[in-house]
Ligand binder design. Structure first.
Ligand SMILES: [Fe+2]
Length: 621
């Protein structure tokens, strides 16, 4: 290896710990710890992710030049201490619970890093600001030479949202919103109130919104927040409990919205759908106002986004369609995992002042930055398992076989190349099927994911055909599945009167989502929206060629994609995990690189109790 500068970025101890390795500005590897420990959103020290990144780059710890940590532990400690003191003694309970970990790990981060990482003694330790890390993760890998930057999350140290400017190899944050006033935490409060898990169920709340009407929007704007024209806001903390307690909301909040929080897994009522629609609307309004202000202040044409709120792809879609920016790029690992990549990039460009060239393409490499497994490794594993399989030497033959199975309605586990960095499966660790199939949605939900099924799955569409199916321009990309767009009118189907009634009032949302509303029903939400991933050959290689083959076979350039896991399980990383998931679910086939396994050829079926055991490992998310 040449004597390049090797920078390791780390994010840890909040949620979604991760590591990233940047060598001479090139993103060599990045991965979340949860994929290795199999503990979803694992917040621990990312020892496995670090080991993987260093291994991938062929870098020994002693050869590291920098280790960059994604936030400043002392500033965060200061925020916690001040918050708890301000709310004492009511805040004592959560203070006591938070403290031990703080004292052991977080406060003495420098010492912790040095101890855990004794071999990296040559490396300089750098601590970037939490939102600086988000900002760097959004701007430096983006295709833009100059762009406005907007970061929005729950909370980092003190900031909950920041905006600024990136130019060349520098970024500058100009303004910030501060804790406890936080769009991320406001959204999470409704996530909690509607019975979903904070820091992971936000996605479900967003998926629930199309069933409701934003009837509570005015109530939220009147009582919970004071929203300014520039998108900044102040939250009335009389309604929230996250400063002093262990819950998000309090009795006053519950009274305002007509009752106690929904208990997880209980029936969803119209009220919850309306609440979801309302907070989604408020989020969009805040984001639009912020974006207009940021554009006015920075005069930039392009915008980059990061922070957990940037995963709200419905709001992103609106921002792109109606917002003041010409182009938008969003960091796919927008949550705290991406902070590891941001911190490392920040050191290379901003601190070391290395030149940054842009050529119109992003540097995220399709976010395919994780481990890959060779055909030899897979062959060996399958031999050990004595698993019946077929190996294809010829790729086009393999793809024809897979496309054929999909067209027959089969559900396929698709395991190819390097694992995705970020929460979405983008065709490397995906479960895929035919989007035209009217029962695909229900089947995938019940037989594979074992989860509530009011949300449709996401479409993957050939880039060159995106504007044939969705309300997007032909040149508009969404390679990271971070934008929502409408299914075009010409693909919608007329509803029967019975279906119309079902759509309006069926108490079980599964009946509503399963009404066929378009020629690609598996990916069409009740409001005709879809979470689009555009697939191109340069980024996605074999995955692109698979969809192309499917198109040649069926005429349809759209397939349905969901992450390769069961409910509550981190996305699979290794062939072993993929195989286990394949066996424990009703997946019809598994494709591991060049190998195809078919369920009907598997000699030993998984018993019901074995399946139960497998599923029981993972907490419901
Ligand atoms: Fe964050």
């Amino acid at each position: 290896m040449t004597a390049g500068k090797r920078i390791l970025g780390i994010s840890a101890y909040y949620h979604d710990s991760a590591a990233a390795l940047v060598v001479d500005g090139d993103i060599v590897a990045a991965a979340q710890e949860e994929r290795f420990t199999r503990k979803k959103h694992d917040p621990g020290f990312p020892a496995n992710a670090i080991a993987y990144c260093l291994g991938e780059g062929g870098v020994k710890p002693e050869a590291l030049d920098y280790v960059a940590f994604y936030d400043k532990p002392l500033t965060k400690f200061d925020r916690l201490l001040e918050t708890y003191l301000a709310y004492a003694p009511a805040g004592f309970k959560s203070f006591r619970l938070a403290m031990p970990l703080w004292l052991k790990d977080k406060l003495h981060m420098r010492r912790t890093l040095r101890q855990r990482f004794a071999a990296a003694r040559r490396a300089r330790l750098v601590f970037t600001d939490h939102h600086e890390s988000h900002a760097a993760s959004a701007f430096f890998p983006s295709p833009f030479d100059r762009a406005a930057i907007l970061t929005i999350d729950g909370v980092g140290e003190w900031s909950t949202a920041t905006f600024g400017v990136g130019e060349g190899n520098k970024l500058r944050l100009l303004r910030q919103l501060q804790f406890p006033h936080s769009l991320g935490l406001l959204y999470s409060a409704f996530t909690y109130y509607c019975g979903f898990k904070v820091n992971s169920g936000e996605y479900k709340l967003m998926g629930l919104a199309p069933y409701g009407q934003p009837v509570y929007q005015d109530l939220i704007l009147k009582h919970l927040i004071h929203l300014q024209p520039d998108g900044s806001f102040w939250m009335d903390m009389e309604y929230f409990n996250y400063c002093q307690g262990l819950t998000m909301t309090n009795d006053r909040f519950h009274q305002l919205f007509g009752g106690a929080p929904r208990s997880p897994e209980s029936m969803l009522e119209q009220r919850h759908m309306d609440l979801a629609a309302s907070i989604q609307k408020v989020t969009e309004e805040i984001l639009m106002r912020m974006a207009r202000e940021v554009q006015r202040e920075t005069q930039m044409k392009n915008l980059v986004l990061a922070g957990g709120v940037a995963l709200n792809c419905v709001a992103n879609g609106l921002l792109l369609r109606e917002g003041p920016f010409e182009k938008i790029w969003i960091q796919p690992a927008a949550g705290d995992a991406g902070g590891a990549l941001g911190a490392a990039s920040f050191v290379w460009y901003h601190l070391m002042e290395k030149p940054r060239q842009t050529d119109g393409h992003d540097r995220q490499k399709g976010s395919l930055l994780g481990p890959r497994y060779s055909n030899d490794q897979i062959a060996q594993f399958l031999a050990e398992m004595a698993a019946p399989h077929q190996r294809y030497q010829d790729e086009s033959e393999l793809l024809r076989c897979v496309a054929q199975m999909m067209a027959e309605g089969k559900i396929v586990g698709w395991f190819q190349g390097r694992m995705e960095f970020g929460p979405r499966a983008l065709g490397a660790r995906s479960i895929i099927g035919d989007a035209r199939n009217s029962t695909m949605q229900a089947t995938m939900n019940l037989k594979i994911k074992f989860r509530e099924s009011f949300r449709p799955f996401a479409p993957c569409v050939l880039q060159e055909r995106v504007s044939d199916y969705f309300a997007m321009r032909p040149d508009q990309e969404s390679p990271y599945m971070l934008l929502v767009a409408q299914v075009l009118e010409k693909h919608r189907v007329k509803l029967s009167e019975a279906d119309r009634q079902k759509m309006a009032a069926a108490p079980d949302l599964r009946h509503r989502v399963n009404v066929v509303r378009s020629t690609v029903p598996a990916i069409t939400h009740v409001d005709y929206s879809a979470r689009v991933q555009t697939v191109d050959e340069k980024r996605h290689g074999r995955y692109y060629r698979l969809i192309k083959t499917f198109e040649q076979l069926t005429g349809c350039p759209v397939i349905v994609n969901t992450s390769f896991n069961v409910r509550g399980e981190p996305i699979v990383c290794t062939p072993q995990e993929a195989y286990r998931c394949f066996l424990a679910t009703d997946m019809d086939a598994l494709v591991l690189e060049d190998f195809v396994l078919r369920k009907d050829q598997m000699s030993q079926a998984v018993t019901a109790s074995e399946r139960e055991k497998y599923l029981a490992q993972f907490d419901l998310d």
